[in-house]
Write a protein that binds this ligand. Structure first.
Ligand code: KIV
Ligand code: ZN
Length: 513
């Protein structure tokens, strides 16, 4: 058996299924390019049949990604599969990932199909997908709660039909490591042609065990593909976190005796990018990518680390890319240096005018902040580009007043479909006044579910504030993100960005509902 574990990243598909995490085509392309730099083996770019937006995003990613395999999810039916096949056509390496539920509960209640019908449909789907690519993955949704003998029959049949990868998800995050590992091992033993496929694990984190379960699936079960997401992004409690599972395999090579092809120094930049774009902030004590993950606060620890790092560090911050957080540009940097940095970060602005505008914003920022980091540049271009130009609302300017003992007030100027609107309001604080001023003209009636502020780069009050606003309206949840050294301006940008997402009609189908 190979000792190489395939890393299958599903940030852009399962990760994006988190309420509010939906991304534009341009944002998805930026993340895909970073995933390629990270050297993930497979990028699940989306679910082509979910919406036209997802279809176009997969197609664009398929055209630009050269080193990783690009994959689309498809339910086990001809329509979904042909949509995936067409979206993936430009890719150098493409995979269709088709799935159907196999647990008694899902078959009876959700699908209203008999086990034999499910088996027949799974086989048909795999054969149909082979028209578009020879790299077909089959997933048994709710696989871990399925009956082993039936699931083994399904696996045998789909492998015979041509599936190269068999994925057994713990869809509802119910598994326990030793049981899940054993389940995968038994399933492989009960599947007569199991050696003809790569076995894969896909664990959700409802009980906080997604990483442990995935590792057990590999070490006990013999799986050789792990499906995971950056920062563990995903519906409910999320998916197996890529950074944790990869660093566990690397750091405990003595135990796992396995390899992954990941360039670990790209982990922190990937984490920052996904957090910036999705608006899902990384908790400070999150393993590997949290701001405190390598911070030694206690005197005893600091003393030990200074004498010999290994006393309290099992891996280094540099190994996972914290050092990549370098000062890259400053006030004196020219347009060329800025353009080169954009290219190095995989940021493509489509026109010279867009580059000039971004350069102007960079100059304005450099006037206010002496050190410009990669994260600042990402924030600077976030929400820009061709997709952004089509958006309804754009921030123009803001002034606000707050003084102890006085009611704060704000005057906001923003554009709506090209016309400038000025609005003023008072509020409990400057952010409240700003949001009320915007609402006074827009009357969205949306409910604010979350308002959070974070420093983009740590350690200095010069840092840009990154604000996330999560809005809910008519059953839809969206996240807006805005960044600026002035957190009230960042809040106005975040609110307008969330309103743009609510205004876009990019409704998506959830593959599992
Ligand atoms: O969790 C799950 O079952 C899935 C499948 C569609 C692979 O995401
Ligand atoms: Zn999933």
């Amino acid at each position: 058996m190979s000792d190489r574990v395939i890393i299958f990243d599903t940030t852009l598909r399962d990760g994006e299924q988190s309420p509010g995490a939906s991304m534009t085509r341009e944002e998805k392309i930026r993340i895909a390019k970073q995933l390629e730099k990270l050297k993930v083996d497979v990028i699940e770019a989306g679910f082509a049949a979910a919406s036209n937006g997802d279809f176009e995003a997969i197609k664009s990613i398929a055209s630009v990604i050269k080193d990783s395999t690009v994959c689309s999810l498809a339910r086990a039916n001809d329509k979904d599969i042909s949509r995936a096949g067409v979206a993936l056509a430009p890719a150098e390496r493409r995979r269709i990932h088709t799935f159907i539920a196999t647990s008694p509960l899902h078959m009876e209640v959700k699908l209203r199909m008999t086990p034999d019908q499910v088996l027949e449909q799974a086989v048909k789907a795999v054969k149909f997908a082979l028209q578009y690519t020879d790299d077909v993955e089959f997933s048994a949704e709710d696989g871990y709660r399925s009956e082993l003998p039936f699931l083994a029959r399904v696996c045998e049949a789909v492998i015979k039909a041509g599936a190269r990868t068999i994925n057994i998800p713990d869809t509802v995050g119910y598994a326990v490591p030793s049981l899940y590992g054993d389940y995968i091992r038994q399933l492989r033993e009960m599947t007569p042609n199991s050696d003809k496929a790569v076995w894969s694990v896909h664990c959700h984190n409802d009980l906080g065990m997604a990483v442990a379960n995935s590792l057990a699936g590999v070490s006990i079960g013999g799986a050789r593909q792990i499906e995971c997401t950056i920062n563990g992004l995903g519906e409910r409690a999320g998916n197996c976190s890529l950074e944790e599972v990869v660093m566990a395999i690397k750091t405990r090579r003595d135990f796992f005796d396995l390899d992954v092809g990941i360039d670990t120094q790209q982990i922190v930049p990937a984490s920052r990018l996904v957090s910036n774009i999705s608006g899902f902030v990384v908790q400070p004590n999150k393993a590997i990518v949290g701001a405190n993950a390598f911070a030694h606060a206690s005197g005893i620890h600091q003393d030990g680390v200074l004498k010999a790092r290994q006393t309290y560090e099992i891996m280094t911050a540099e190994d996972v890319g914290w050092a990549a957080n370098k000062i890259v540009l400053g006030k004196l940097s020219g347009r060329n240096a800025f353009k080169q940095r954009l290219e190095a970060l995989g940021i493509e602005l489509e026109t010279e005018q867009a580059i000039n505008d971004a350069f102007q914003r960079f100059k304005d920022l450099a006037d206010r902040k002496s050190e410009i980091f990669d994260e600042d540049i990402h924030a600077l271009v976030s929400g820009e580009g061709a997709d952004a130009a089509k958006e309804q609302f754009h921030f123009v300017s803001l002034s606000q007043r707050s003084e102890t003992g006085e009611k704060p007030s704000a005057k906001v100027v923003f554009a709506s479909n090209g016309s400038e609107i000025t609005s003023e309001s008072e509020g409990n604080g400057p952010v409240d006044a700003t949001v009320k001023a915007i609402e006074a003209k827009v009357s969205s009636g949306a409910e604010l579910l979350l308002f959070s502020v974070n420093g983009i780069t740590s350690g200095t009050t010069e840092s840009q504030g990154e604000v996330t606003m999560r809005l809910q309206k008519g059953g839809r949840i969206v996240n807006g993100v805005g960044a600026d050294p002035d957190i009230v301006v960042a809040s106005a940008k975040a609110y307008l960005s969330a309103l743009n997402k609510l205004a876009s009609k990019n409704e998506k189908l959830n593959p599992q509902v």
